[in-house]
Design a protein. Structure first.
Length: 125
C-alpha cells in the first residue's frame, strides 16, 4: 500500500511539474517573419524584379510602402489600390557581404488573397 502511495505521489508531482513547464515557452522575439530563400520558384514573368538590388527596385516602383530588414534578409513592399507586392532580398549564398538581390516575390490583393505576381508588377509600373 505504501509503495502504491509513493508511485502515485511521484506521478502526481511529475504531472504538476510538466504542467508548469509547458506554459513557460516564449516565442523568440528575434525570429524573422521573412521566409527563407525558396528552393523552387517559377520566375516566368518576373524578370523585371528578380536579381535586382534595392536601389533598382526603388527606381522601378518608387519608395516602398514597407521596408523591413531582419538579419541578412530584407523585405520591400510596393502597393497600389489593387495589390501589394512583397519582394524579398538576400545576399548571394557564396558571398554574405555582397549586396542583397531580390530572389523571391509574393503578391496579394487588398483582401489578402494570393494573386499573380506578374500581373501585380504590371499594375505597379
Amino acid at each position: 500500500m505504501k509503495a502504491l502511495q509513493a508511485v502515485l505521489a511521484v506521478a502526481s508531482l511529475s504531472l504538476l511539474v510538466s504542467g508548469c513547464a509547458a506554459g513557460t515557452a516564449r516565442p523568440n522575439s528575434s525570429a524573422t517573419n521573412l521566409p527563407p530563400p525558396p528552393t523552387a520558384f517559377n520566375p516566368l514573368g518576373l524578370e523585371a524584379v528578380l536579381n535586382k538590388r534595392d536601389d533598382e527596385l526603388v527606381a522601378l516602383f518608387g519608395v516602398p510602402r514597407l521596408d523591413v530588414i531582419e538579419g541578412q534578409a530584407r523585405k520591400m513592399q510596393f502597393a497600389n489600390e489593387s495589390c501589394a507586392l512583397d519582394i524579398f532580398l538576400y545576399p548571394p549564398e557564396n558571398n554574405a557581404g555582397a549586396d542583397r538581390r531580390s530572389n523571391y516575390v509574393e503578391a496579394r490583393d487588398r483582401s489578402g488573397n494570393v494573386v499573380d505576381s506578374a500581373s501585380c508588377i504590371a499594375t505597379l509600373r
